[in-house]
Design a protein. Structure first.
Length: 118
């Protein structure tokens, strides 16, 4: 089992910035992929940004140019830098990794609330 410890959520005004952090219980070198997802009230969980083992990134159209996913290998941490936040970015944000020694499985963090006020 892989555990993910998230932090960094909070309340921010529109136009502001936040940085989310996620520390897996396994080395990020051993993760096939990692990413951030979010779920707003009454909506389905959606992909925000993903980062492959090789370093390729993918972003939802709604966050391109504003959000950046990255990793710090030395700190074994995955980040989501969120700039120019909008009220529609309000959601619970979840860290995700794909990991497995034989079969890849998805592992999720507990979620961190991000609220953007107008």
């Amino acid at each position: 089992q892989v555990q993910l410890a998230e932090s960094g959520g909070g309340l921010v005004q529109a136009g502001g910035s936040l940085r989310l952090s996620c520390v897996p219980s396994v080395s990020i070198f051993s993760c096939n992929a990692m990413g951030w997802y979010r779920q707003a009230p009454g909506k389905q969980r959606e992909m925000v940004a993903t980062l492959s083992h090789s370093g390729s990134t993918n972003y939802a159209d709604s966050v391109k140019g504003r959000f950046t996913i990255s990793r710090d290998n030395a700190k074994n941490t995955i980040y989501l830098q969120m700039n120019s936040l909008k009220p529609e970015d309000t959601a619970v944000y979840y860290c995700n990794v794909k990991w497995g020694t034989v079969v890849l499985s998805n592992y999720w963090g507990q979620g961190t609330q991000v609220t953007v006020s107008s």
